[in-house]
Design a protein around this ligand. Structure first.
Ligand SMILES: [Fe+2]
Ligand SMILES: [Fe+2]
Length: 221
């Protein structure tokens, strides 16, 4: 269903970039790809475009966290190999979708592809969110010293994403994602429950040396 040549190119040239990413490694990228392909079916979108936008969406994280969506868009649009698979109009849509994917962004993405990528990027799985968010926190906030301090910062940060209706934002309101969100919100909004998940995860990465690797080895911010 995905163009074979395209798949081969991405697997050989783009996925290896994620090998030295931790919270945005291939586990995350594969989740985003699967979500985007599921949504492509629902909204009758071009699957090759959805596959590619999901594949490139976080590569810019090795350059800069705050601007990673712009950096990822740039890496995509400057990749001449993509001209073999997409016309200029399609490439622009993919680039803009990548630029608009960030969850903290308040403005609506410019196209349905941007909405699909942004929604595909949500982590409506509290254990996965704890793992990814703590790693990002450890890397970017070295002044925080305990699991509890990291938890409080992570919790406050993610809470800013709750919209006026009391929900984590979704642009598509896709029923499958809404279902995942419902379970997630129940767990997340029970702060004591969420705290336990985060503190257990922190204890795990502290005990097995992962924290040191996040700081000294992995490249994503
Ligand atoms: Fe991202
Ligand atoms: Fe992402």
């Amino acid at each position: 269903m995905i163009n074979n040549e395209l798949k081969k190119y991405i697997e050989e040239n783009i996925f290896p970039i994620y090998e030295r990413f931790y919270s945005h490694g291939m586990l995350h990228v594969n989740n985003v790809i699967n979500n985007a392909l599921m949504l492509a079916d629902c909204y009758d979108l071009n699957k090759d475009m959805c596959y590619v936008m999901a594949s490139y969406h976080d590569v810019g994280l090795k350059i800069d966290r705050a601007n990673h969506e712009k950096e990822s868009g740039k890496i995509f649009i400057e990749d001449d190999a993509m001209k073999n698979f997409f016309n200029d109009e399609e490439r622009t849509i993919i680039k803009e979708a990548i630029e608009d994917h960030r969850g903290s962004r308040k403005e609506e993405p410019r196209s349905i592809y941007g909405k699909v990528l942004s929604d595909s990027d949500r982590d409506f799985d509290i254990e996965l969110l704890a793992k990814r968010q703590l790693a990002t926190s450890v890397k970017n906030y070295p002044e925080l010293k305990t699991g509890l301090e990291h938890f409080e910062r992570c919790y406050a940060y993610i809470s800013t994403r709750i919209n006026g209706e009391g929900h984590f934002n979704l642009w598509t309101n896709n029923p499958e994602l809404v279902r995942q969100r419902e379970i997630f919100e129940k767990q997340f909004l029970d702060k004591e429950y969420a705290k336990k998940i985060y503190l257990d995860e922190y204890a795990r990465i502290e005990a097995d040396g992962t924290i040191g690797k996040i700081i000294n080895y992995y490249e994503d911010y």
